[in-house]
Design a protein around this ligand. Structure first.
Ligand code: XLS
Ligand code: NI
Ligand code: NI
Length: 437
C-alpha cells in the first residue's frame, strides 16, 4: 500500500536532471572532505509539519490534502499516520525525524490515558524504525498548544500546570530514550509573558531552570545519554520569550548551572525574528562550544511572523554549512527541516518538492562551504587581521598579563595607530566566487 503513489524514491541524478523528484546536488554517499554528504548533514523531517500541519494561517483555514487522515484526534488515526510518515522518509531518503509528544499521540480523557496513548504510538514508531533503519534525531514535549499552558508551562503561575508540564516531559523523555533519540529539545513558546503587570520574572526564570534540572536528573535516572537542547526564539506565541536568542539562552544556562548539560538548537527564522542572522547565532553558540543542532528553515523579510519556509537560499545554506564545518561537524545534532510548505502548496507532492529542494540547497551549500574552507582565503584574511595580538603587547592583552598602567605607557610611546582596510567587498567577492562554483 502506497500513500504517495505518484512520487518515486528520490535519487541523485546530477545538476542537469529535469526530474522534479530527483536530487541535483545531494548525493548521500558522495564524500565532501572526509565525510559523506549524509554524514555531514544528518537530515531530519519534522513530524509536526509533515503529518500535522494543515497549512492554516492566522487568517485562513487549513488547505493541505491528507487523504490518509480522517481528521479526528483519535488514537486509531494517530496510528494510521505512522506508516505514511515512514513512507515519506523512505521516498525522500531522509534518515532522521523529530517529534513532539502531541504530534504523534492525542491527549486522552485523563493524563494517564494521554501517557498510554503515547506509549502505544511509540510501539508503532519503534517497529517502523526497526523495519526501515530510520532514526530519531530528537523528541520534545508540546508544552504550548493546550489551553492549560496559555500562561506558561514551567513558567505558569500555577504549580499544578508546572506539574502537568513535568509529567509530559517525563514521558516524552522516556519515549525519546526508548526510540534511541540523539537529543531532547526544549522550546518554550509559552515560557515568557505578555505583560509585566501580572508577571514575576525572577520566579518564572527560576521555575524554568528547575524544570530543566529535573529533566537532567531524570535522564540520569533512566540512562538517557542524549544531548539536551534549548531552542531560542524571541517571541511568538508569547510577546516576550525568555529564551530569546543564543546569547540569552547561554546566559540563562550559565546562571542556573545548566551549561554542562545543554547545547543550543538554532533555527534560522528564530534568529531573524531576534534581529540576528543565522550565522550570528551560530558564531555565538560556537564560541561557547554549544552548537548542538539546527532547525533548518528561513523566514520572509516581508512578513513579521515565523513563516518556517523551506531553506532555498544558497547564501544561507552556505553560511550555515560553513559554521557546521567550522565547529567540527554535527555529533548528535543534524539539520531538521522545521519548515512547512506555503498554504498554496497543498498537495502531498509538495511535501516532496519542499524537502528535496531543501536537501539540494544544503548539499550545494555544503560544497560551496567546503570550497571556501579549502581555499583558505577568508580564514587567512581573518587570521591576519588580528596578527597584532599574536605577539608583543597584543599577546599580553590576550593572556591578561598586562595592566592599564602598562598599556598607558605603551600607547604613549607608539605612533598613533593606523588601520588596514576591512575589505568587506573583496571578501564578498571571494565568497561569491565559491558560490558560483
Ligand atoms: C516553533 C519551534 C518548534 C520547536 C519544537 O517555532 O520552532 O517547532 O522546534 O518545539
Ligand atoms: Ni524549531
Ligand atoms: Ni520555529
Amino acid at each position: 500500500m502506497s500513500y504517495f503513489p505518484e512520487v518515486p524514491t528520490a535519487r541523485y541524478e546530477g545538476p542537469s536532471s529535469e526530474n522534479p523528484f530527483a536530487f541535483r546536488h545531494y548525493n548521500a554517499t558522495e564524500k565532501v572532505g572526509n565525510k559523506t554528504m549524509a554524514e555531514h548533514m544528518r537530515f531530519a523531517a519534522a513530524y509536526w509539519h509533515v503529518m500535522r500541519n494543515g497549512l492554516s494561517d492566522p487568517f485562513g483555514a487549513p488547505t493541505a490534502l491528507m487523504p490518509w487522515d480522517d481528521g479526528s484526534d483519535s488514537l486509531a488515526n494517530a496510528l494510521k499516520r505512522v506508516p505514511v510518515f515512514f513512507e515519506f522518509l523512505e521516498k525522500t531518503t531522509i534518515p532522521f525525524y523529530c517529534f513532539h509528544d502531541r504530534d504523534v499521540a492525542p491527549e486522552g480523557a485523563t493524563l494517564a490515558e494521554t501517557h498510554k496513548n503515547l506509549d502505544r504510538v511509540v510501539d508503532t514508531l519503534e517497529a517502523h524504525q526497526k523495519a526501515t533503519g530510520k532514526k530519531l534525531l530528537w523528541g520534545t514535549a508540546c508544552l504550548f498548544a493546550h489551553p492549560r499552558y496559555a500562561q506558561g508551562a514551567a513558567t505558569s503561575p500555577s504549580a499544578d500546570v508546572f506539574s502537568y508540564a513535568a509529567s509530559q516531559v517525563k514521558h516524552a523523555l522516556e519515549a525519546t530514550h526508548r526510540l534511541g533519540g540523539s537529543g531532547y529539545v526544549f522550546w518554550g513558546g509559552r515560557e515568557g509573558y505578555a505583560t509585566l503587570l501580572n508577571t514575576n520574572m525572577k520566579r518564572e526564570l527560576d521555575h524554568l531552570a528547575t524544570l530543566l534540572h529535573l529533566a537532567v536528573d531524570h535522564a540520569k535516572k533512566i540512562g538517557f545519554t542524549g544531548q539536551f537542547l534549548i531552542e531560542p526564539k524571541p517571541r511568538e506565541p508569547s510577546t516576550h520569550q525568555y529564551d530569546s536568542d543564543a546569547a540569552a539562552c547561554l546566559n540563562f544556562l550559565r546562571e542556573y548551572g545548566l551549561l554542562d548539560s545543554f547545547k543550543l538548537n538554532l533555527e534560522t527564522n528564530h534568529a531573524t525574528l531576534a534581529g540576528h542572522t543565522m550565522e550570528h547565532e551560530m558564531e555565538v553558540a560556537i564560541a561557547a562550544n554549544a552548537l548542538g543542532s539546527i532547525d533548518a528553515n528561513r523566514g520572509d523579510t516581508l512578513l513579521g511572523w515565523d513563516t518556517d519556509q523551506f531553506p532555498s537560499d544558497l547564501y544561507l545554506t552556505t553560511n550555515i554549512m560553513l559554521r557546521v564545518l567550522k565547529s567540527g561537524g554535527f555529533t548528535t545534532g543534524g539539520l531538521n527541516f522545521d519548515a512547512k510548505r506555503r498554504r498554496e502548496s497543498h498537495e502531498p507532492a509538495d511535501l516532496f518538492h519542499a524537502h528535496i529542494g531543501g536537501m539540494d540547497a544544503f548539499a550545494y551549500g555544503l560544497k560551496a562551504a567546503h570550497r571556501i574552507v579549502e581555499s583558505g582565503k577568508i580564514a587567512r584574511f581573518v587570521k591576519d587581521r588580528y596578527v597584532s595580538y599574536d605577539s608583543g603587547i597584543g599577546a599580553k592583552i590576550e593572556s591578561r598579563a598586562t595592566s592599564l598602567e602598562e598599556l598607558d605607557k605603551h600607547a604613549q610611546a607608539i605612533q598613533p595607530p593606523t588601520l588596514q582596510s576591512g575589505r568587506q567587498e573583496m571578501l564578498e567577492n571571494i565568497f561569491n566566487a565559491q558560490i558560483f562554483g
